[in-house]
Design a protein around this ligand. Structure first.
Ligand code: 13P
Length: 248
């Protein structure tokens, strides 16, 4: 059985005090213990959020990291720095980073490897643009992103990775992929993992869907065979909404 994982991606939202307030409101609710909940918060809030999360089962994630341990990389944050804070997860290869910060598959691959080396679980994002989907290329695009991101990663490491399928056209648009389309791509991804690794890994790897997931769409998405969770932007910024996602 795969443990469902609902992760909030706060993106560039919430000051330190707003973060503390939001986490306080989330943890005041009873959360389903059969679901892993994670919040991926801005760097500036990581330390304080870690403190407020103490004694809860909610995991902490960052939204990006550099792949080197230290060095002359002005403005970057290393996996060692995140590990020191006690970060459990790190989103890697989000489409916003690929699109606005020129993150290539090669960089994504370096970051996934670095995260694994530091015991940080990558939430690896893949997904096609609307143009690519309309041209019928979505599987080709996602397959290439996935294989390049996982290059050189061994079977024993792969189960520490969560894959998030986020079609770019569904992010922040209010336009969710249908549960069939989302499930079909998640199944396609699982199939690739099976081909590249083995049946056990194929059965164990967790695959999330992301893109305008809301309290009224979560149940149907989570009922699909190959969807094991959600990576949530907007709805993770509202305590009641995020709690209803966790308690779907
Ligand atoms: P929205 O849920 O706001 O569409 O964002 C999805 C996303 O990008 C999560 O990483």
């Amino acid at each position: 059985m795969r443990l469902p994982i609902i992760a909030g991606n706060w993106k560039m939202n919430n000051s330190i005090s707003e973060s503390i307030e939001l986490i306080g409101a989330i943890k005041a609710h009873d959360l389903d213990e059969g679901v892993e909940a994670v919040v991926c918060v801005p760097y500036t809030s990581l330390n304080e959020v870690k403190r407020v999360l103490e004694g809860t089962t909610i995991g902490l994630g960052a939204q990006n990291m550099h792949w080197e341990e230290s060095g002359a990389y002005t403005g970057e944050i290393s996996p060692a720095m995140l590990k020191e804070i006690g970060v459990d997860y790190c989103i890697i290869g989000h489409s916003e980073r690929r699109q606005y910060f020129n993150e290539s598959d090669d960089i994504v691959n370096k970051k996934v490897k670095a995260a694994l080396n530091y015991g940080i679980k990558p939430i690896l994002c893949v997904g096609e643009t609307l143009e690519e989907r309309e041209a019928g290329k979505e599987q080709k695009v996602v397959r290439e992103q996935l294989l390049r991101a996982l290059k050189g990663i061994e079977g024993h490491e792969i189960e520490n990775i969560v894959i998030a399928y986020e079609p770019i056209w569904a992010i922040g648009t209010g336009r969710t992929a249908s549960s069939d389309d989302a499930n079909s791509m998640c199944g396609f991804i699982r199939g690739i993992i099976g081909d590249e690794y083995d049946e056990t890994i194929k059965g164990n790897i967790r695959i999330q869907y992301g893109g305008s997931v809301k309290p009224d769409t979560i149940e149907e998405l989570m009922a699909q065979r190959d969807i094991d969770g959600a990576l949530v932007g907007g709805a993770s910024l509202v305590a009641d909404d995020f709690v209803s996602l966790i308690n779907y």
